[in-house]
Design a protein around this ligand. Structure first.
Ligand SMILES: [Zn+2]
Length: 388
């Protein structure tokens, strides 16, 4: 590899860090990120970083390493919690016993996001080995609670603990050749249908809540939100994720609910979605006039687009070019902590030292070569950022 930083990235040590972190079960919920504190602190300490820990809830530890005193600053944001392994019989190796096969490490969190932490650590190490006297500040963050919304993690750190840096690298989305610079907004809604409970043998005495909900959902299949949106996004999506209703077969159900996950590009508003859902409810009422249908918003985030000309994206791109690494920039429908940081005034690069299709699936793995390459890429990014 044509980079002076490569000599500082020790493949054996990177594997060791990933394995040590994967071996502790930090499935969220409940999280137990404190189990990683000692290991990540040891990494940070070896770099000469000043270490702070923050807990909004017991055991939900965020570890922040800091080095440098200059005003220009950057943060690496990775997380120590992992999603549940899911069905164990789908795994070829035990999810919490990291296993090396053919240059890959298998196990839950090998990529998402413990491998990413190891990458960020080695990026700092390689950069500091070449530029011990740099004028700036680097934060290396092992956050809690990313998989369940970051309320105890980066949101807490930024909003309540006063953690602040100018820009960020988030090794938690995208691919080795793909960086994410914009994310759609999320709109979760609940559709509710109300009826009147009665005995199943005398349905005429009640009013069934399930049937109008089913009709409403059928109507929604043809929901049209128009084509008037920002074309840097690929469109809007909708997923009917849950449906619940009734208490027993021999009872007329008095309530039924469904929830829908919308992912919305800039240009399509919440009001537009709610209006379209109400219009579909009105259609249902033309043949079920007694139907009582309501929409409730459960959760929402706004779409965001980072400036592709921002210093961090330019620095990252310079680094990729320097390594002859092809890099695409896209938007997507997922939400990462980049969105929280964006609305806190911090522009990020989102990039995985691997493939995001491997996150959350059984047999999650990371390529050791990609961990090394990711470390070098991020070290080059630091150099371009501080010295470019
Ligand atoms: Zn992640």
């Amino acid at each position: 590899m044509e980079s002076k930083f490569a000599q500082h990235v020790n493949q054996e040590e990177i594997v060791e860090i990933v394995c040590d972190l994967v071996r502790v079960d930090t499935t969220n919920p409940p999280g137990n990120e404190y189990l990683c504190t000692e290991r990540v602190s040891a990494c940070m300490q070896s770099l000469g970083m000043e270490i702070s820990t923050y807990e909004k809830a017991p055991g939900r530890t965020n570890v922040v390493g800091r080095i440098g005193t200059g005003t220009k600053s950057i943060g690496f944001v990775s997380h120590m919690d992992v999603v549940p392994p899911g069905e164990l019989d789908q795994w070829k190796t035990p999810p919490f016993e990291p296993t090396l096969i053919d240059g890959k490490i298998f196990g839950r969190g090998t990529l998402d996001d413990k491998g990413s932490f190891a990458c960020a650590y080695f990026a700092c190490k390689a950069f500091l080995a070449e530029h011990a006297d740099f004028d700036g500040t680097i934060y290396l963050i092992a956050a809690a609670d990313e998989e369940m919304g970051s309320e105890l993690g980066i949101i807490y750190l930024v909003e309540e603990c006063g953690l602040k840096f100018d820009v960020a690298i988030i090794p938690d989305g995208g691919r080795m050749d793909l960086s994410i610079y914009g994310e759609k907004g999320i709109l979760w809604v609940e559709l509710e249908s109300r009826g009147i409970q009665a005995h199943g043998s005398t349905p005429e005495l009640g009013r069934n809540a399930i049937v109008p909900l089913a009709e409403w959902l059928t109507e929604i299949k043809t929901l049209d939100l128009g084509a008037n949106f920002d074309r840097t996004f690929d469109g809007w999506t909708m997923n009917i994720g849950t449906i619940q209703g009734g208490s027993s077969t021999n009872t007329v159900p008095s309530v039924a609910r469904a929830t829908i996950d919308f992912r919305l590009p800039a240009g399509i508003s919440k009001a537009q979605v709610l209006e379209a859902l109400e219009a579909k409810a009105a259609n249902v009422k033309t043949h079920s006039p007694d139907a009582e249908l309501h929409v409730k918003v459960l959760h929402e985030t706004a779409p965001h687009l980072s400036d592709k000309n921002s210093i961090i994206i330019r620095s990252f791109d310079t680094a990729a070019k320097c390594l002859n690494l092809p890099m695409k920039y896209e938007t997507f429908g997922g939400n990462t902590v980049a969105k929280n940081l964006f609305f806190a005034g911090i522009t990020s690069v989102v990039h995985y030292p691997g493939d995001d299709k491997l996150a959350h699936v059984p047999n999650e793995f990371v390529n050791i070569d990609e961990l090394v390459l990711g470390s070098v890429l991020y070290a080059e990014t630091l150099e371009a950022y501080f010295f470019g």
